[in-house]
Design a protein around this ligand. Structure first.
Ligand code: CTP
Ligand code: MG
Length: 231
């Protein structure tokens, strides 16, 4: 079986608020993106890694990320777009149709485990599309434009969705080709399959696989790594 991972890393990281793109922000001394690549380098069934770089940082990715760390599976570094979906689309365009599976994983999720990745890959082989999810914990309410509660949402079948999202190559390519890539609603990849009427299998995700979005997330990530080193 052949598999390629596309890593969208082109975001600005506005909510994190550093003066550099989020993928290059250091976590325990290495850029976030390096943590993520390191992990996929270790997975036997993944032959290729496509990096979607912040536009203008392609050489930086080649020299400071790929070469400096001696990564051997990076097959392409392509520039991203304004939206995550445009970035992913640029990455998908360089994946060969002959590849069996495409994984798409945020550069901002450094704690995904090999176990979860392998579980998702098996599920995608069986079902065509598999995404990780965890139950929504907080109480969720909707608010009207005057600042009052409209209603409480029944959270029992709500799920918080993570990456990697794993797809048979032909399905994800077809879904992206048919989709509105500029849609505000397309914040993950499975969205485009849903729109195309293609079933998406949900696999139990991991709480540790959270996305680093704000400064508090980065602090928690630092603490998690320190703890791991101690144990
Ligand atoms: N991403 C991307 N291209 C974009 C926007 C996002 O490749 N135009 C990537 C990010 O680099 C990240 C992942 O998609 O790995 C998830 O996006 P998010 O956490 O929203 O990152 P940013 O868009 O960088 O952050 P923010 O929304 O706070 O600016
Ligand atoms: Mg964003």
């Amino acid at each position: 079986m052949s598999a390629v991972v596309v890593i969208p890393a082109a975001g600005e990281g506005l909510r994190l608020g550093f003066s550099m793109p989020k993928a290059f922000v250091p976590l325990a001394g290495s850029p976030l993106l390096v943590h993520v690549i390191r992990l996929f380098e270790r997975i036997k069934h993944i032959q290729g890694i496509v990096i979607v770089s912040p536009p203008g940082y392609e050489d930086f990715c080649r020299n400071e990320i790929a070469e400096k760390n001696g990564f051997s599976k990076i097959v392409d570094i392509v520039p991203g777009g304004n939206k995550r979906s445009e970035s992913v689309n640029n990455g998908l365009n360089v994946v060969s149709d002959k590849t069996d599976l495409v994984l798409i994983h945020d550069a901002a999720r450094p704690f995904v485990t090999v176990t979860l990745i392998e579980k998702l890959m098996s599920s995608a082989v069986k079902w065509g599309a598999a995404i990780p999810a965890v139950p929504v914990i907080p109480t969720i309410k909707s608010e009207n434009n005057r600042g009052f509660v409209i209603e409480t949402v029944d959270r029992r079948n709500l799920r918080e969705i993570q990456t990697p999202q794993v797809f048979k190559t032909e399905l994800i390519k077809k879904a992206y080709a048919a989709g509105d890539i500029e849609s505000e609603a397309g914040t993950d990849d499975a969205y485009f399959l849903e729109k195309a009427g293609i079933p998406v299998r949900i696999v139990e995700g991991e709480r540790e696989n959270f996305k680093i979005t704000t400064k508090i997330d980065l602090r928690i990530a630092e603490m998690m790594i320190r703890k791991k080193k101690q144990s």
